[in-house]
Design a protein around this ligand. Structure first.
Ligand code: HEM
Length: 575
């Protein structure tokens, strides 16, 4: 086969190896062209009939390879195109039809971004305006949900909107919420979390199925009310530090931003009650975790970019370093503790000790099936994430609300002074406080630190009268239920702790109160949080009276949790 002849045909350029194409061709006369044409056709026919390769890869072989590769590439592109079309258009349309055909009302799908832009726009608009001193916070905090409720009929307690290409049903009907929270079939579960949140919540909060059940079973005893009794001295030590710090500030006439103060107070409480004698190391973990939260907040907008986490940016590198350091500290605390348990010198009256004790018990009962050291590390990290900010916000909003309602502040103080005078509150005394407990519940109703729970439908499931197909996201809106006049009456937005005179769950006929979630995944730390909040509030009421600083702006705002946008400056007077 003459390569030179071959390469002179303009149409077979693609068949010619690149090094052969580069050879310069002399001009071709007409005769030469005809002769060449017939030669070429003959050659081609004989090649087809009697092919013998002269090169490592023959031309026909290469043609075949090229065709196969092009075919595969085209197939890949087609598969991806179908996937993208399905993700961005067909699946949303199918789900939209499935929901609407059952009478559910919601926004129309806008390809790819869904309602996210509108949500951000409305939230930004609401954040720009402070609100009057009122507890009707739902329109400011969740302007999109408020608008959706108006648009689709307030009587409809379920609507849906679009989180990108995924429909999300917002459920504000207490019975349906209970159905979801008590569903144990595996049809509904927690949505996947992104890699950033995994820095904090790899433990029981995000697990499912048997793994969750095992972790929860081992953790439960550590949070039992009787065990919490043993932690009261740790809580008390943190309260003493808080009161003496505030004492000094009040003496100087300084205002106190209680939102900042309670952040470090609740961080200290977790450090002391989780790690006992290793409290200082616990404090270091808290500082590192707080730094991590700032980086995570800043990185969330980039979390969806594939591979972003692997880029060696300054923040990514720091986040990994923090994670490593926290792990290192925790591993060393756990190791020391395990050794002291073995030698029988450990005093298991902190969360870690109780957790390790319960783990050993589980091992004895179930053989080699307890938590690994890594899993204990993850659970310890979770205590900070789940228990610190939430309790800090409960205390912050309680101070704000009691500053607005001086009559209730007085009533609470009377009760505390009657029960304990100026003495340290006792565990039993705290569990008998009625007014203080009612106040905390009413604050949790009006300002729930966690405003709702997220779930995802994994297998077709019926909730109320609607069958939800897989892929639908669910949002159980505690804030909306807590502020619903149909459930709480026309005075829903008034601060009326007497609603809870009969206890936590008797307040609303319709079980419309769930600041700690519900069902089998109800907050494991609710007794811990309430005990801590009661004790802190008692000590504050014993020592100070307080009101809002003139610089306070009422601006409840959501950044994962419900926070005061401009802090909570309070004026204290020593009693
Ligand atoms: C006022 C304070 C608190 C509030 C409002 C609160 C709220 C909640 C809510 C709503 C859930 C359910 C989440 C869901 O179903 O998706 C939850 C779960 C959880 N909370 Fe709390 N929490 C508080 C304090 C604490 C404390 C102090 C701790 C631990 C020290 C804690 C540890 C947990 C854990 C581990 C879970 C996951 C339970 C599971 O999935 O089995 N929480 N919390």
């Amino acid at each position: 086969m003459q390569l030179q002849n071959f390469s002179r045909h303009p149409c077979d350029h693609h068949l010619t190896p690149i090094w052969a194409r580069a050879q310069p061709s002399p001009p071709i006369s007409n005769n030469e062209k005809e002769g060449w044409m017939s030669n070429y056709q003959k050659k081609l026919q004989s090649d087809q009939l009697n092919f013998t390769p002269h090169l490592p890869f023959g031309v026909a072989d290469m043609e075949l390879r090229f065709a196969v590769c092009s075919g595969l590439a085209a197939l890949l592109v087609a598969v991806w195109a179908v996937r993208i079309l399905n993700w961005a258009f067909w699946k949303p349309r199918r789900l939209d039809r499935a929901l609407r055909s059952q009478g559910l009302r919601g926004s129309s799908y806008r390809p790819i971004s869904g309602d996210l832009k509108e949500m951000v726009r409305l939230t930004e608009e609401a954040r720009g305006k402070p609100m009057p001193f009122s507890h009707a916070i739902f329109p400011r905090v969740s302007p999109f949900f408020e608008r959706a409720a108006e648009a689709h009929g307030k009587e409809n307690k379920v609507t849906f909107h679009w989180m990108g290409p995924n429909p999300r049903a917002v459920i504000a009907d207490p019975d349906q919420i209970r159905e979801v929270l008590t569903n144990k079939t595996g049809e509904i579960g927690k949505p996947k979390i992104n890699y950033l949140l995994k820095y904090f919540i790899r433990g029981v909060l995000s697990q499912e199925g048997e793994k969750w059940a095992k972790h929860r079973k081992i953790l439960n005893p550590a949070f039992h009310i009787e065990k919490l009794k043993r932690m009261l001295p740790a809580f008390s030590a943190c309260c003493d530090e808080l009161v003496s710090r505030w004492d000094e500030m009040a003496a100087k006439g300084e205002e106190i931003d209680v939102s900042v103060e309670f952040q470090s107070f609740t961080g200290d409480v977790i450090s002391r009650s989780a790690f006992g004698i290793n409290f200082e190391e616990g404090r270091k973990i808290f500082q590192l975790q707080s730094e991590q939260t700032v980086f995570i907040d800043g990185s969330l907008p980039f979390a969806h970019i594939p591979g972003f986490r692997f880029l060696p940016t300054r923040i990514n590198t720091r986040m990994k370093a923090i994670d490593k350091e926290v792990r290192g500290i925790l591993l060393s605390i756990i190791k020391k503790r395990e050794e002291s348990i073995k030698s029988g010198t450990a005093k298991n009256d902190d969360l870690l000790g109780l957790l390790l004790e319960s783990n050993l018990q589980h091992l004895r009962e179930h053989g080699n099936a307890g938590l690994t050291t890594d899993e204990v590390v993850e659970e310890c990290k979770l205590f900070y994430f789940a228990g610190q900010e939430t309790t800090s916000l409960l205390l912050t909003w309680t101070m704000v609300v009691l500053s607005m309602h001086q009559d209730w502040q007085e009533r609470a103080r009377e009760e505390v002074l009657q029960a304990f005078g100026k003495e340290k509150p006792t565990f039993d005394g705290l569990s008998h406080l009625k007014t203080v407990t009612m106040i905390l519940y009413e604050v949790l109703r009006l300002y729930p630190p966690i405003m709702g729970q997220r779930r995802q439908v994994f297998k077709s499931t019926k909730i109320g009268n609607v069958v939800y197909p897989p892929g639908v996201l669910l949002y159980l809106s505690a804030l909306q239920v807590h502020h619903d006049p149909d459930l709480w009456g026309k005075d829903v937005d008034e601060f009326k702790p007497e609603r809870f005179a009969e206890g936590m769950y008797k307040a609303s006929e319709k079980n419309a109160f769930f600041p700690f979630g519900g069902g089998h995944r109800v907050c494991i730390g609710q007794n811990f949080a309430l005990l801590e909040a009661k004790l802190a509030l008692c000590l504050i009421l014993q020592h100070f009276s307080f009101d809002l600083s003139p610089s306070y702006t009422h601006a409840p705002n959501v950044v994962l949790t419900l926070k005061p946008q401009h802090g909570a400056p309070i004026r204290l007077r020593r009693l």
